[in-house]
Design a protein around this ligand. Structure first.
Ligand SMILES: Cc1cc2nc3c(=O)[nH]c(=O)nc-3n(C[C@H](O)[C@H](O)[C@H](O)COP(=O)(O)OP(=O)(O)OC[C@H]3O[C@@H](n4cnc5c(N)ncnc54)[C@H](O)[C@@H]3O)c2cc1C
Length: 400
């Protein structure tokens, strides 16, 4: 490679972290290829938050006005007791520590589509393909990649942005179990018809260790349902079998009140059911040789923090900036890690095993949470969560 040749990077994963990184690396002169195992951009999905530091990232990318247009702007979050009686009704920002008028909540598919539109003319996008083998020991000094499609290419760097269950991470660092921190909950998400006439609001029912939520995003005729329950150990057997998954959820919620029996029945009919454990990825290092990880692949904080997309956006910016600042990738990866790790640690620390604020597991904790919610409802505005803004972004560098 001559000193003036464009450096080539392969990014695995085209959801949030992947396209965000592609955007910044293209801007600093890299030839970027993104490979995505899905056949097309994955649309739809649950709402995600963009907060604090990540707001500044999307502003610098020029997509903040579009994201403001896509903002879900829920009116209300209503908490219910076991019988469906109202405990408290609050502004959603107050509940999660977002800053009203500043932080955003958008459909995951809207965010992914905006990021995709930003890069699709400038980077090579390979859908319906993935990395089959990655070899860093070749004589050329690059990373030789064999794709499942049969393509063979060499890159200067490879970045895994392939999510919580990252294949790139597994091929470099070994099985996920070493890095997965179980947070003591299982959840099921799916959609169902909006027969309750809910509009731009979240309704959350709780008993100790169990929660059922219905989320009306906008005025659509569809609701996002969410069933969350305490499981101190991951139910590994049930997770492997879709029917066992549903039986597990149905058993946990068997005697539940409010609309829960109807929600559980809808789960059995849903064609988009997704069940998983709530967990985080915690790794001692985020790179090995010419390969680095970004977003959920390296530091998934779990949906319980609502910070996955924000960490992915901020991490992508910081990695690209480190690569623009340091020509040597080892120095760049070290700078990326030292710059982002404290931010990740603060956000991952927002939740620990069985300690999610919205999902208390004992009657006493549920009562304490309800008292806190009633108190919040009387405040003019809730305090912002410091962890969301704990990273100050450097100006984006350019190599001399
Ligand atoms: C129920 C739930 C609720 C959530 N709620 C929130 C929330 O409120 N706020 C928030 O900020 N975040 C939330 N998140 C998390 C958020 O969606 C992610 O943290 C965020 O999208 C991270 O983006 P990512 O690009 O790193 O990973 P992902 O979005 O997981 O994307 C990974 C991409 O890689 C692709 N891929 C996977 N394997 C391969 C492979 N072998 N080769 C090529 N491509 C591959 C996948 O198809 C996907 O497109 C939630 C998650 C869940 C499950």
């Amino acid at each position: 490679m001559t000193p003036t040749a464009r450096r080539r990077v392969l990014i695995s994963g085209a959801s949030i972290a992947g396209p965000a990184l592609a955007y910044w690396l293209h801007r600093s002169g890299w030839a970027v290829t993104v490979v995505e195992k899905a056949g097309a951009l994955r649309a739809g999905g649950y709402p995600v938050d963009i907060r604090g530091t990540a707001i500044e990232v999307v502003r610098r990318m020029g997509i903040l006005p579009h994201l403001r247009d896509a903002h879900i702007d829920s009116r209300r979050c209503t908490f219910l007791d076991a019988d469906g009686g109202t405990v408290a009704a609050l502004s959603p920002c107050a509940v999660v520590g977002s800053v009203e008028g500043q932080d955003l909540e958008v459909r995951r598919g809207d965010l992914a589509a905006l990021l995709h539109a930003l890069v699709r003319d400038d980077v090579e996008l390979l859908f319906d393909d993935s990395i089959a083998a990655l070899d860093q020991s070749g004589p050329g000094g690059g990373a030789d990649v064999a794709f499942h499609s049969g393509r063979q290419r060499t890159f200067d760097l490879v970045v895994g942005a392939d999510g919580m269950h990252s294949h790139t991470r597994e091929s470099l660092f070994g099985p996920e179990e070493q890095f997965h921190r179980h947070l003591g909950y299982c959840f099921a998400i799916f959609t169902l018809p909006n027969t309750l006439g809910l509009s731009r609001e979240l309704v959350l029912w709780n008993t100790p260790g169990r929660a059922a939520a219905l989320y009306a995003v906008g005025d659509h005729d569809e609701l996002h349902a969410f069933l969350n329950f305490h499981q101190p150990e991951p139910p590994s057997d049930a997770l492997r079998n879709p029917e066992a998954q549903q039986d597990l959820v149905a058993a946990v919620f068997a005697d539940a009140g409010w609309e829960v029996p109807r929600i559980v029945r809808a789960m059995r009919e849903a064609d988009d059911l997704f069940l998983d454990t709530a967990g985080q990825i915690r790794m001692p290092r985020w790179s090995s040789g010419r390969v680095a990880l970004v977003g959920d692949a390296a530091y998934a904080p779990s949906f319980l923090t609502g910070q996955g997309s924000s960490l992915a956006l901020a991490g992508a910016y910081m990695l690209a900036n480190a690569l623009a600042t340091h020509r040597d990738h080892t120095a760049a990866f070290a700078a990326y890690e030292s710059g982002v790790r404290p931010f990740v640690a603060m956000n991952q620390a927002l939740v620990d095993n069985g300690s999610a604020r919205l999902f208390p597991t004992t009657a006493a904790d549920l009562e304490r949470r309800n008292a806190m919610l009633r108190n919040l409802a009387t405040l003019p505005s809730a305090p912002a969560q410091p962890a969301h803004s704990a990273l100050t972004l450097p100006e984006f560098a350019r190599l001399p």
